[in-house]
Write a protein that binds this ligand. Structure first.
Ligand SMILES: O=C(O)CCC(=O)C(=O)O
Ligand SMILES: [Fe+2]
Length: 319
């Protein structure tokens, strides 16, 4: 009983600040002091409070249920020696590569590195892409140029840039392309534990410039989810070299792996950065898409590799 003897009973008067600080919850006479008087109460208050809480929780769940969980795999601001992880290969992909000894990966997966292609090399490639694209350009949001064949978007059609300008590929550009291709080939072979001579650069081997313009032809719709092995039959390993910067030269345009493609529930994003290389096995273990660019121009180069030596690029200037 000693504990519950109130201060009043003990004849002790509390100062205002003491009252504020110490409210004895066990003392039925002690009530919290509110600046504007006691809180209003009403009948069934607890039930109402509980109801409001439950409705709030349901609304939260409703709005978040179909939202993808997003993980950033490569941030624009960070620099990675090599970052990535292994994945179980898709069965069809496994079956396909099994025909090519030396080209069968120890594991499938996705990897990013900022240490393969230098910013200077990326700038030379970017300058080339801009020079070529100035000769054409799509009227929609995606301009592409296939370095192997010379095919270049021109309004809603394609022209051949090598026919328009026979001297387009100057020796220094060819040298940089060969150097970059060879560095990426080595990195892919090392990463996936392949025989480096078992992979061959294939086509389409292309530069892309993506913008926020409305699509005019299906080719402009670059944002669709896809699997590279299905879209480009010869691809076994895809690599991308980003030529300019996310959040600086353009907004939107992140690369997104979609680990639950049907519902787009688990997104793993890569933010483009000048010279950044993204490499991944091209089977159904790596479904992906590119987010729509919302402003600016996004430049990249796709450098794909195949295990099938008959599908190697055929432009002698690039080999
Ligand atoms: O530009 C990119 O980041 C990816 C493009 C792509 O998915 C593709 O060319 O298949
Ligand atoms: Fe792709």
């Amino acid at each position: 009983m000693t504990n519950s003897v109130s201060l009043k009973q003990r004849g002790v008067q509390k100062t205002k600040s003491e009252k504020k600080q110490s409210v004895d919850k066990n003392d039925p006479e002690e009530k919290p002091h509110f600046k504007y008087g006691p809180m209003p109460t009403f009948q069934g208050q607890h039930i109402w409070a509980r109801g409001v809480f439950i409705v709030g929780a349901l609304v939260y769940v409703w709005f978040n249920y179909n939202k993808p969980v997003e993980t950033v795999m490569a941030k624009y601001k960070e620099i990675y020696d090599m970052k990535g992880y292994m994945l179980e290969c898709d069965d069809e992909y496994k079956k396909d590569v099994s025909q090519y000894p030396g080209c069968i990966p120890k594991f499938c997966g996705r990897f990013v590195s900022d240490k393969i292609v230098t910013a200077v090399e990326a700038d030379i490639l970017l300058k080339f892409a801009k020079k070529v694209m100035a000769m054409g350009g799509s009227s929609g949001g995606a301009t592409v140029m296939d370095l192997n064949s010379g095919a270049l978007s021109y309004n809603d059609k394609f022209i051949n840039a090598y026919i328009k300008d026979e001297k387009l590929l100057i020796p220094s550009d060819r040298t940089i392309f060969k150097l970059v291709r060879s560095k990426i080939q080595n990195a892919i072979a090392q990463t996936f534990k392949l025989d480096v001579d078992s992979i061959h650069v294939t086509q389409p081997l292309f530069f892309s410039r993506l913008t926020a313009l409305e699509a005019k032809i299906p080719n402009d719709e670059y944002w669709h989810p896809h699997i590279d092995k299905d879209t480009y039959e010869s691809f076994h390993y895809t690599s991308l070299i980003y030529l300019n910067d996310y959040g600086m030269d353009f907004d939107g345009g992140r690369f997104v792996f979609m680990d639950n493609m049907e519902k787009s529930l688990k997104n793993i994003t890569v933010e483009p950065r000048k010279g950044r290389v993204l490499m991944f096995s091209a089977g159904a273990e790596n479904p992906h898409h590119v987010e729509r660019v919302t402003s600016g121009q996004r430049y990249a180069m796709t450098v794909p590799f195949t295990c099938d030596s008959s599908k190697v690029i055929n432009n002698p200037q690039l080999l």
